[in-house]
Structure formats: structure tokens, C-alpha cells
Design a protein. Sequence first.
Length: 368
Amino acid sequence: MRVDSVSRVSFSGKIIDSHGHIGKWGSTMFEPESLDIFTNSTLLNGDEVEKIIASNSSCIDNENILDELVGNKQMLEYSYRNPKIAPLAVCQPKLTKGDTTKIEQLLTENQNKFVGFKFHPKCMELPADDASYDNYMKLAKKYKLPCLFHSDKTYDVVYGDGSIGQRCEYSRPEQIYSLAKRHSDVPVILAHMGGNEGDNAQKAIDVIIESIEKGDANLYADISWVNADTVDKPDIVKAIKRLQNTSKGDKTDRLLFGTDAPLGEFGHGGINGVSPKEAYSNLVVNIKKSIKDAFNEQEADEIIDKIFYKNAKNLFFKDLNDTSEVSKNVKKSVLSLKNAAIALGIVGLAGAMYKFLNHKFASQNKKG
């Protein structure tokens, strides 16, 4: 469905994309400009991408992989060139054997610059529940950073051509859940909602709901590539409805919009004559339209605002949200100090007047 064939879907106008990249992936190098096309002007349907939360795929792709310090510093430099890119620090627990020295050095030298950690157990070929991740998770707790994990198929998938996509041995939702339970205070995001569609996508929601019911982990999911090959987004809608009705109430705050841009149709020249920006805009509209078709207007607008913007803002930029409150408190303190100073000034003036009058009175007594 092309954007120009769809009437504008109501929306607050701002988007936070929780899953993007720059750097090398396979034989392709994606420069920061690959993301600039989405952030430097409004989308074709009028929405604005306020932030893309991105990691350096050169730290993930196994061929000529950059180490944690070099690759993440490079990511940080990219984010300086485009402030709308919010950097994730890629962690490599297999290569470091769980030693977090470099990542902690990175965070110490660049305080409040990274908004989270990125893990790709499949590329690392290290199961997500391995003990090598634990020190990184402890560091995430210390610095209050969410962790984005590549998540993948729980079940084999038979494709239309008869080929089989085998279940993942490293990044299944239940493996990530096992790790998250050991670090229940750390927000953990299942990228791609566990495998893109059908039973695999719903398995990720099974795991998230289980963690909500038991209260033993803090799990989220991004919807990048979910129902990627269809205009309708049935698995996204189903996930929303299931999360609306947990025993703990509405938990649709656990879903985040993401694209994985500039990979696939969102990179370079696009696919089948559709430019990356047009593909991005189409995706936004198709997801929003699927939500609006499934819910009443007010409810749909609230869900759209949460998934595309508020949920990510609350998760990745909570400290920024608190800034206004801090500012209020600072202003109150300054006002209190000002009032105190005024009060002290009055007291000081009264004291000075007393001394002056007392001195004058004493002088007059001496003259008489």
C-alpha cells in the first residue's frame, strides 16, 4: 500500500524508532547518511522521526568485527554528526569471556551518551542464557540501561519454496527470558518479537506475558520485521490485544516500534523501485491502519502513540523525562534561597537601623 493511496492516519506526529544500525553488514557498509534520510525531514505521510536508536553493526557482523571499544566509539562519533541518532553500545560477551572492562571504560569516559546495550547472541554464537552475559547485565543495572537482544525463531518455519528456516539455537525468547530472570530489574527487549510472524512471534508474547504474570523479569519487544511481507499486521494486532488483557492490566507499554533500518528495503536504493523513505513511510502507515481497523478511534490513537513514541521515550529517555521535574525542584530551591536571602536582607537592614539609632541615641545622651 502506497502512502499516497491512504488518508492520513491520526498520530501525534513524532516517532522513536527503537531499532536501527550504521556500519558494516555483510558486504555492505551503511554510513550515517543511511539514517539521515529518515530523520532530516518529515516522512511522506507527515510524521517526524525524532530519534533512531542505533548500534554499530560493524561490532556485530563476524567478518572483520570491530571490538567493543573501537566500534562503539565509532558509533558515538556517528551520533554526534546526527543528534537524532541515539547510540546503543554493542556488547561482545563471547569475545571478552564476560569481561566488561572495555564497556565500563566506554561508559565512564562518555557519561550519559549511550542509551542502552545491544546483544546479538546469534551472531556471537553464544546462547543468550550463558553466564558470560551476567556481568554485562549487572553493568546495565548499575547504569540503568535497557538491553536490546536479537530474538529469533523458537520453531522451524517451512517457506513457500519448500525450504526450512530452522529454529535458532542462540537467541530464542525463552533463552533471553532465562537470562532476564537473573537480572529482573534490567529492561530487556526482544528485537523482532521472536521471529517475525505466526507461532514464533506469538511465542515472544507468551514469554513476555509469563514474565508479567510472575513478575520475574522486565521484558519488552520491538516489532521490526513483524509481518514484513504483508500490508496487514495480524501478529502485531494480536500481540496488542493479548497485552491489553493480562491479569496485571493493560501492558501494551511493552511494545516498541522498530525497523532495523537501513537493512533490507530501508537501505541504499530500496527494493522493487520503492525508495527507502517511501518503504519506511508505507510501513508506518500500514501498521497504524491495521491498528485503527482493529480498535475504536480513541483507543487506536492511544495505542499508536504508545507504540510509536511514548513507550520508547519512557524506556530509553526516562532521565530526560525527569529533567522537567528536576528543573521544577531546582527552581523551587532557588526560589526558597531567594526568599531566604530577602528575609536575611530585611533582618540585616533592621539590625543596621538598630545600630544606627542606638549610636545616634547614645551620642545625643553624651551631648546633653
